[in-house]
Ligand binder design. Structure first.
Ligand SMILES: [Zn+2]
Length: 499
């Protein structure tokens, strides 16, 4: 019997009770696995030998003897246990190492976007990092490492995807979190040492700087290695003079120490190879080309094998909207960063807050010649809420009003120039025009930064006000959800394939 026969028999048995995801079916000897849904939920359907079927948790198996192989049919839950069994049978369902291939991260806060993301990646030679969530995002969405990864893998299974994909434990700040993510099977770790980066250095006078500098344990060694050394990059000479070396060392030395500690831990703990990203993007100061040079040389000298580095690049990088700033100036400074990366070699430049930064993508990919990684997350959430606005306008209106109330509180952790007074009064907008709000920066950011409050909001009875209804709408209008989202991510990816 082949896969087609199995699906036909399944449909005959259950008539119209379940919709089958045809692309999802995979087999191992006489055992077949595929995804189905009724009008409430998705399930894993297992058709196979009794000893296989009994490994999975679900309803009691139907005693349907199929063909002369006498196979059983069981409707199983999309839970962690069942996924772990599947991951053992089918190794392609485990996250892979990416290395220096061009890559793109698609953070998925609701955990239902992977099939749409995969549609967008189709036919493109870009490594997908499909699971990508930061510790902060997980707190705001009440998810955890395991749940984020499981949701992604179920998404891969649904889409019948057999290619490699990455899983990025994003913005991890300590070893405890690293260990938890590693235990779940993450293969990429983004270390965020920003708690150890000093941001007050530029304000200090020379005397204070000198005094602080000699307190650094290896300050003499650093001086010997770097002081007065010149690096020829892109026809320009970069020189670490005393002032810049002091400032940069003082700003980053504790952070680098922390990175080395975390790396040593991972190296000893992870049995398979892993991608490591160092992110210094979430700092108030722009990373200068000299600082970039110093950080990378120091990391390599300490033997840290990293694949990506995320710098704080010039300009205003706000969530879910276009780049704000002078693109030409960005291009000029970025070409230096790209040249440094090329000269030193062995790593990629990573761009965070990459959602909707269409104007800088071509520069980013061309200058790096594809040695680049980009992260997005908020844009997926915005597309999903856009579908809610299209299909359930009353629900969207509730979300919008709630977001307005929570905006001032939620904006605290972001750098934003949002002006709520530019958002038209929602009562004056017709249902079919709500979608236009997603073309305007202020209303995009309104919905973008309040995602945690929206998803966690509960009524007096302790029930979610919006979360369950958002999932319900996206479940009911899954085709629209996948189409809108994959088209939008495609717009991003199409700008990246010119290297
Ligand atoms: Zn970041």
């Amino acid at each position: 019997m082949n896969k087609k026969d199995i699906l036909q028999i399944f449909i005959d048995i259950y008539s119209n009770k379940y919709k089958v995801y045809y692309n999802s079916i995979i087999s191992e000897k006489y055992n077949y696995f595929f995804l189905v849904k009724d009008n409430q939920k998705k399930y894993l359907a297992v058709v196979g030998k009794p000893e296989m079927v009994e490994k999975f948790e679900g309803s009691t198996p139907e005693e349907k003897k199929i063909g002369k192989e006498e196979l059983l049919v069981k409707i199983c839950y999309l839970n962690h246990h069942n996924l772990s069994v599947l991951r053992e049978i089918f190794p392609h369902l485990n996250p892979s190492f990416c290395g220096l291939k061009p890559s793109f991260g698609t953070g998925d806060r609701l955990g239902i976007a992977t099939p749409a993301h995969l549609q967008a990646f189709q036919g493109k030679d870009i490594f997908p990092i499909l699971a990508q969530q930061s510790v902060r995002e997980m707190a705001r969405t009440e998810r955890n490492w395991q749940k984020v990864l499981d949701d992604t893998i179920w998404g891969c299974f649904e889409a019948g995807y057999i290619g490699p994909f990455g899983a990025d434990a994003d913005h991890v700040k300590d070893i405890k979190e690293l260990k938890e993510a590693a235990d779940c099977g993450y293969r990429m770790f983004t270390l965020d040492p920003s708690d150890f980066i000093r941001n007050d250095i530029k304000k200090l006078g020379k005397q204070e700087l000198d005094q602080l500098y000699i307190q650094i344990p290896n300050s003499k060694e650093i001086k010997k290695l770097y002081l007065g050394k010149s690096y020829k990059v892109n026809g320009q000479e970069l020189i670490l003079d005393e002032k810049s070396l002091n400032e940069i060392t003082l700003t980053y030395s504790e952070a680098l120490k922390h990175v080395v500690k975390c790396y040593e831990f991972l190296k000893g703990y992870k049995k398979d190879n892993f991608d490591l990203e160092i992110s210094v993007d979430e700092t108030p100061t722009v990373t200068s080309p000299l600082a970039h040079l110093f950080i990378v040389l120091e990391l390599q000298r300490k033997g840290v094998n990293f694949q990506n580095i995320a710098l704080h690049f010039l300009g205003d990088w706000q969530k879910g909207i276009e780049y704000i700033g002078n693109v030409k100036e960005f291009a000029k400074e970025f070409s230096l960063h790209a040249a440094i990366a090329k000269n030193i070699g062995g790593y990629k430049l990573s761009l965070h807050t990459g959602s909707d930064k269409f104007s800088v993508y071509p520069i980013f990919t061309q200058e790096t010649e594809g040695l680049c990684h980009i992260k997005t997350a908020g844009t997926t959430w915005l597309e999903e809420v856009k579908v809610v606005a299209m299909k359930a306008p009353a629900l969207y209106r509730g979300i919008h009003r709630f977001a307005l109330k929570n905006f001032e509180k939620d904006r605290a952790s972001y750098n934003l120039t949002t002006d709520l007074s530019r958002i038209p009064d929602i009562d004056t907008i017709a249902d079919d025009e709500l979608v236009n709000l997603f073309k305007q920066n202020d209303s995009r950011q309104l919905i973008h930064i309040t995602y945690g409050s929206i998803l966690r909001a509960k009524n007096d009875e302790g029930k979610y006000i919006f979360k369950d209804r958002i999932y319900k709408v996206l479940f009911q209008y899954e085709e629209n959800h996948y189409r809108e989202l994959s088209n939008h991510i495609k717009r991003h990816l199409e700008l990246l394939i010119s290297f």
